[in-house]
Design a protein around this ligand. Sequence first.
Ligand code: SF4
Ligand code: SF4
Ligand code: SF4
Length: 292
Amino acid sequence: MSLDRRTFLKGLGTTAAAAAAGTSTALAVRPKAPAADSVGLLYDATRCIGCKACMVACREVNQLPPERDKTGLYDAPIDLSGGTKTVIRLYREGEQTAYSRAACMHCVDPACVSVCMFGALHKQDNGIVAYALDRCIGCRYCQVACPFNVPAFEWDSATPKIVKCEMCRERVAEGRLPGCAGACPREALVFGRRDELLQEAHRRLAEQPGKYVPKVYGESDAGGTQVLMLSHVAFEKLGLPALGDDSVPALSETIQHSIYQGMALPIGLYALLAVVMLRNRRGEAKSEEEQP
Ligand code: SF4
Ligand code: SF4
Ligand code: SF4
């Protein structure tokens, strides 16, 4: 299992959040594999032209107001937020250019669901990770736990809620396409059953092996996701972290087991988390000071 610092911290955060929530991910029965009828999206960065029709469609079908730039003339969100459920980003290094998509990955074993004490975030039978406002207490543990930094909070609302892509679940339930997938003019973003999308992704890799990084991101990353990605540029460069094959809840379970075996209390974990974060913050402050 590969484990970087970010994943480790996310695991600690999930464990701490689960402990604070009075739940134990160690006791939860969690999905190890996608449900048979899981749906998903396949994003192929080699086909994406950055037209952002998907972003516009997402805004339209979700009735989200525009996020204007400084001029006030353009809808130009730069990241996921309380008003934006998906963004297309541009990566450029030397001659290499690529677009990448950010949105909820609809994890097979979602960290956000595992820490959500009232089931406000929950997995539907088709694997879509859905949100129920009436069950949400606004604790924002899901934000801490998500390894992809997806859930956003409506900071400027008097009655804030968590905002994230729910794969247009109402449309999907009616047999319609998610707004973004329906709008993509290049089939860079397609919707379907996860198993068929995975098959299609491997078909593309086998057909043009030189074109792609030889991997389907999300096939097993972070325990598998229902949003799958293909790319010609290393996934890490597109903002997709190397998370290993274990889900964050599985990782936190491992940490909890080790701690409980040593007869330590969860409070020890909080202390450890605090020390790591403090040291991190000090390190970051120091490196900022050292920078010209
Ligand atoms: S990407 Fe984050 S918000 Fe989406 S299902 Fe996974 S853990 Fe939850
Ligand atoms: S599936 Fe729906 S909510 Fe999710 S990014 Fe696409 S349009 Fe937006
Ligand atoms: S609509 Fe399709 S081609 Fe256009 S930015 Fe979105 S994914 Fe890329």
